[in-house]
Design a protein around this ligand. Structure first.
Ligand SMILES: *Cc1c(COP(=O)(O)O)cnc(C)c1O
Length: 714
């Protein structure tokens, strides 16, 4: 937030650069800060604000005089300035000429979490990382785009796993000075919003995160003007009980709309990411009815400019509140809308569902003219689940599939990037969705490809050892945990990665169903298989924590010979090392519970083939020779039958295909392995990059919505 020192004139723009996350996904930007102070870069996990606050003045002065650093600095600043010329970007050239909408009418994107960088802990998992990737790619393509979220001072939790394997979670206050968030001002004073929330008044302060060309505004209630309970309202992501969650979501809606108004932003498109944000629509409708518009007309106008993304394929996974609770807290709004309590509640009750529950997804769908699922399979499941709702209006709510994608500059390893630079041309970044181009991955010499894969795997294992060394040194790791942390993993051995939220449907311990069978793989003297786990269970998810404990027991068990590892405190930092460095990415959710999944896309783009059940993105991503399918997509009523079927298939594939193929060496290279790894790159990048995803959003959802906005305002 604040930098506590003056920078030498020659490199004075480092301060400016540090508060724009662009540096984190541009390799030149990253490398500049890495070169500034390498040990600190490692120790502080790339937290650039922290580094600049802690670096000593002498080092800065030396760097300012170092010709090599100077020229690197100049190049980065040139690239940064260039990047911000919107007229050169895709949107300005391809979309803007065909609309009458200017920059003052951007897309406004709302999400409860944003995963942008490990140093800004306001995300818990896939949903947040997707929101972060959407901001970054919208910036890269030059969309007029603003985003709104919450600032959580205590973030999501920090995970520790003691020897008994029962996860401990700590909510730790982040050091504000070391965060790259900027206070939003109103003249000389801190900008503040006051909103009415049920029977109370709440004050909100606002932070800004520069995400390249995109501005992300974060709302925060932790200020003196508020009573303690309200100060805590935005303290933790997914931290409170039902009542707190309801208040958070109400606040998000009311304050989100007020904030944009105060900033003078008039969006043409209101994009709601999941049901947490659905009260945005209620707030917008109430502003129109307050000024005399009828409820029907207000709803129609709001709906025509709202789009909604749903992520949850299971009915119980949606955000739901008791109807009386909602009606009581929202009484004022209901009066403003000029409708009855029953009419209001109907906006959130699933027609063929529990009539006592107000469902935030129902509200989201009912107040949007376009809704999208996040993979083809998920969209089909969504269609079934919400059939009646989608048909409710005469003009029918359109359901669209836009499969998720990943922001490659964030998740691609350096060595892999350089390989693509060399063989596909350095402008591949602008051609991520060009299918023809990516066929040329075939032309990369096998030995170079293999060499790079080994190099990145080594780097992952070094990182694991280094973290373990620190933990051990600081007394945070028992001697009995050294094996479990993966300190003795072998860089020559076939390495499988499994990292994700510990939700029961993801079946993290499926591979341990038949211990004697899987241990044959771990303990093979010549061709061993090793396995790295990471992931958090939500602190209130008891079954999830039990699952994690079972996996940790295996990591601790000497019968697995140190070939099973569990890495603590999964975050974006560890995620990058893992998806880049392992040989195979394992995923075995129960179909169709995984809406999309994105970690497998990150892995595949790095040349790490996917081994997964036919769920989420893999149901469309698998084409026969770019990875493996567990259990051929068969769905069973009975959970035990399903598990038995899938695990048998998993073992068969590992024993008969994955292991023999990996170790089928010729001059120290497995050519068959390189072939499948290249195929996984060639399929993943053009089809599952964020570039493809954002262009889909623009063509299928944003442009039609902009047309509606033009009509309403003509
Ligand atoms: C990509 C990513 C996820 C999403 O992974 P899934 O495949 O959806 O399980 C979760 N957490 C982090 C830190 C990530 O980088």
């Amino acid at each position: 937030m604040t930098l506590n020192k003056k920078f030498p004139q020659r490199i004075s723009r480092l301060a400016e650069l540090s508060t724009n996350l662009w540096w984190s996904w541009d390799h030149r930007g990253r490398s500049l800060f890495r070169n500034l102070d390498y040990p600190m870069w490692m120790e502080m996990k790339h937290n650039v604000m922290g580094i600049l606050n802690n670096i000593d003045e002498k080092t800065l002065e030396e760097k300012a005089e170092d010709p090599q650093f100077q020229s690197q600095y100049n190049e980065v600043m040139r690239a940064f300035d260039d990047y911000r010329k919107l007229e050169n970007r895709w949107y300005a050239k391809n979309i803007a000429p065909n609309t009458s909408i200017g920059l003052e009418h951007p897309v406004a994107y709302f999400s409860f979490e944003f995963g942008l960088h490990q140093s800004l802990p306001i995300y818990s998992g896939g949903l947040g990382v997707l929101a972060g990737d959407i901001c970054k790619e919208s910036s890269d393509l030059g969309l007029p785009f603003v985003a709104v979220g919450f600032f959580y001072k205590e973030g999501y939790f920090t995970q520790r796993v003691p020897p008994h394997g029962w996860q401990e979670s700590d909510f730790i206050e982040t050091e504000l000075d070391d965060l790259l968030i900027l206070p939003v001002m109103d003249g000389d004073e801190r900008m503040k919003l006051r909103v009415k929330l049920a029977d109370s008044e709440v004050w909100i302060q606002v932070w800004l995160v520069n995400v390249g060309n995109v501005k992300l505004y974060l709302m925060d209630t932790d200020i003196d003007d508020n009573d303690p309970w309200f100060r805590g309202l935005t303290a933790r992501l997914y931290g409170g009980d039902h009542n707190m969650r309801l208040h958070q979501e109400m606040l998000f809606g009311i304050a989100g709309v007020s904030l944009l108004e105060k900033l003078g932003v008039q969006p043409s498109v209101w994009h709601l990411n999941e049901g947490h944000c659905s009260f945005i629509s209620i707030e917008r409708i109430s502003r129109l009815t307050r000024n005399g518009t009828s409820f029907e007309k207000a709803l129609a106008d709001v709906r025509a400019t709202t789009i909604f993304t749903t992520h949850t394929p299971v009915p119980a996974g949606h955000d739901r509140f008791d109807i009386d609770h909602v009606a009581q807290k929202m009484q004022d709004k209901i009066t403003e809308l000029g409708i009855s309590r029953e009419e209001f509640l109907k906006l959130g009750i699933k027609p063929d569902g529990d009539q006592r529950l107000f469902n935030m997804t129902v509200l989201g769908i009912k107040t949007a003219h376009l809704v999208n699922g996040v993979s083809k399979l998920h969209t089909k499941v969504t269609e079934e689940m919400w059939k009646t709702l989608l048909e409710e209006y005469n003009d029918r709510t359109k359901l669209i599939d836009i499969t998720n994608g990943v922001h490659l500059p964030t998740f691609l390893s350096g060595p892999m990037r350089r390989l693509y630079d060399k063989y596909l041309g350095e402008d591949w970044v602008d051609k991520q969705d060009d299918k023809e181009l990516w066929k040329q991955v075939e032309s990369i010499p096998d030995d170079e490809f293999w060499e790079v894969r080994l190099q990145v795997k080594k780097r992952l294992l070094e990182q694991i050892r280094e973290t373990a060394r620190q933990l051990r040194k600081n007394g945070d790791m028992g001697a009995d945990q050294i094996l479990a942390y993966g300190v003795f993993l072998n860089p020559e051995a076939l390495t499988v990665g499994f990292a994700r939220r510990f939700a029961t449907y993801k079946r993290a311990n499926l591979i341990f169903s038949d211990l004697s069978r899987v241990r044959k793989l771990f303990n093979d003297k010549y061709h061993p298989l090793q396995l790295i786990f990471a992931g958090k269970a939500h602190p209130a998810d008891e079954p999830g924590k039990h699952l994690l404990q079972k996996v940790y027991e295996q990591a601790m068990d000497k019968a697995n010979s140190g070939r099973v590892a569990f890495i603590e405190n999964y975050d974006m930092h560890i995620a990058r090392f893992l998806v880049q460095g392992v040989d195979v990415w394992l995923n075995n959710p129960i179909r169709p519970y995984e809406a999309s999944g994105t970690s497998g896309m990150k892995a595949a783009a790095n040349g790490v083939p996917h081994l997964s059940t036919l769920d989420g993105w893999w149901a469309e991503g698998f084409v026969g020779d770019n990875g493996w399918v567990i259990g051929d997509g068969k769905e069973f009523e009975d959970r035990e039958e399903q598990d038995a079927h899938d695990v048998n298939s998993l073992y068969d594939i590992l024993e008969n295909e994955v292991v023999p193929m990996y170790y089928d060496m010729e001059d120290g290279i497995s050519k068959r392995w390189v072939r499948i790894a290249k195929r996984s790159v060639a399929e993943a990048i053009p089809n599952f990059s964020a570039t493809r995803m954002i262009k889909d959003y623009v063509h299928k959802m944003y442009v039609p919505t902009i047309r509606n906005f033009e009509k309403i305002n003509s």
